[in-house]
Design a protein around this ligand. Structure first.
Ligand code: GTP
Length: 317
C-alpha cells in the first residue's frame, strides 16, 4: 500500500484570509510539480471559494454546505479517499468554513481508515483582529482553531495600528504558546518555510489537541455559536446602481458576504467580497467554469428576509 499523503488543515475565523492563503499554497505546490487535492467546506449551499481554487488545483471537492462537525464528517473521509485513490493527489488540503470546529476535522482525519490514506501534517489557523465588541464572530470556533494550530497566521496587518495589533498578538500567544506565529498582509508568506517539515526543536506533539479530554463539541448545541448562512441565488443579472446601493446598506450583524454574479449589460463575471472591517468590493474575475450566480450571507441576528429581498430586488427582469 502506498504511503499516506500529507494532509493540511486550514482553519480560522470567518473572512480572515483562508482562501487567500490557500491560493498561495496551491501556487507553491504547483511550482514544485505536486498535484494538490482540495476539500472545500463552505457555509452556503453554493460554493464560492471552490471555483477560485479550481483555477490552480488539480482537483477540488466541495463538501456539503454547513460545517464539518455537524453535517459532513463522513463525507470528509470519503473525500480524502477520492482525492488520494482516484485523483492521485500528492498532497491534500482542506479549507474549513469559518463555522467548522477544527478539532472535529482532526478527529475525522485521524480515524484508522483515513489515516492509512493521509497523515495530518499541519494545522494552520488564519486569524484577524476584529474586536469582539464590534463583531458577532464565532468565538468558539476561533478559540478551537487557535488551540489546535501548529501555525498561527495573524493576517490583515495593514488594517490595524501597531498598538492594537500587539495586543491582539499577545492575546493569541497566551492561548497557544506552542504554535509558530506569522504576521502577514494578504496572507503573503514564505510557503516553503511554512510547509517545511517540523524541526526536532519544535514541540513533539503534532497538534495541541488532547483527544482524551471531553470536548465541548459533544455537549454544545449548534445554535450556541453558529452564525446563519443564507445563500441567495441570482439567476438574472443585477442592476449595478441598485447593487452598489445594497452594499452600502449592509447591517452590522453581517459578518461575511461573498459571491459571483453579472451586471446587466456588462460581459464580465463579477466577484463580491465583504469581510468587515474592510469595505465591500466588487471586481471582475475570470474562472475556468461558470459558477452558479449567488451571494452567501453569513452572520448572526441579521434580518434574513429583508436582506434577501433587498438583494433580489437588484435583479433586472
Ligand atoms: N485589507 C486586507 N484584506 C485582506 C487581507 N487578506 C485577505 N483580505 C481580503 O479579505 C476578504 C476575505 O478573504 P478570504 O481569503 O476569502 O477569507 P476566508 O477566510 O477564506 O473567508 P471565509 O471562507 O468566508 O471564512 C477578501 O476580500 C480578501 O481579499 C489582508 O491582509 N488585508
Amino acid at each position: 500500500m502506498p504511503s499516506p499523503v500529507p494532509f493540511y488543515l486550514l482553519c480560522g475565523s470567518l473572512g480572515a484570509g483562508k482562501t487567500t492563503l490557500l491560493m498561495r499554497l496551491l501556487e507553491y505546490w504547483k511550482s514544485q510539480g505536486l498535484r494538490a487535492g482540495v476539500l472545500m467546506n463552505e457555509a452556503g449551499e453554493v460554493s464560492i471559494d471552490g471555483p477560485r481554487a479550481g483555477t490552480i488545483a488539480e482537483q477540488v471537492m466541495n463538501l456539503a454546505g454547513g460545517c464539518v462537525c455537524c453535517d459532513t464528517k463522513e463525507d470528509l473521509s470519503w473525500g480524502i479517499a477520492q482525492l488520494v485513490n482516484d485523483a492521485a493527489s500528492d498532497v491534500v488540503i482542506i479549507e474549513c468554513s469559518g463555522l467548522a470546529d477544527p478539532a472535529e476535522v482532526i478527529d475525522a482525519v485521524t480515524d484508522l481508515y483515513t489515516a492509512r490514506l493521509a497523515t495530518l501534517e499541519r494545522v494552520i489557523a488564519l486569524l484577524h483582529p476584529i474586536a469582539s465588541e464590534t463583531s458577532h464572530s464565532s468565538q468558539y470556533v476561533t478559540a478551537q482553531a487557535i488551540r489546535c494550530a501548529d501555525e498561527l497566521i495573524l493576517n490583515k496587518q495593514d488594517l490595524y495600528v501597531p498598538g492594537h495589533w500587539e495586543g491582539f498578538k499577545s492575546g493569541i500567544v497566551k492561548q497557544n504558546p506552542y504554535a509558530r506565529i506569522w504576521e502577514t498582509t494578504q496572507a503573503r508568506i514564505d510557503a516553503a518555510a511554512l510547509l517545511a517539515p517540523m524541526h526536532q526543536a519544535r514541540p513533539a506533539k503534532q497538534t495541541n489537541v488532547v483527544f482524551g479530554e471531553p470536548r465541548p463539541s459533544s455537549s454544545h448545541k449548534r445554535a450556541d455559536y453558529h452564525p446563519i448562512a443564507t445563500t441567495v441565488k441570482l439567476p438574472a443579472p443585477l442592476n449595478r446602481t441598485s447593487f452598489e446601493a445594497w452594499t452600502k446598506s449592509l447591517p452590522k450583524e453581517l459578518e461575511r458576504a461573498k459571491g459571483f454574479f453579472r451586471f446587466a449589460g456588462e460581459p464580465e463575471l463579477q466577484e463580491f467580497q465583504y469581510a468587515p472591517p474592510g469595505t465591500p468590493t466588487i471586481a471582475p474575475i475570470m474562472l475556468l467554469d461558470e459558477p452558479n450566480p449567488a451571494i452567501v450571507l453569513i452572520g448572526r441576528g441579521y434580518d434574513v428576509e429583508t436582506l434577501r429581498a433587498a438583494l433580489l430586488s437588484c435583479m433586472e427582469s
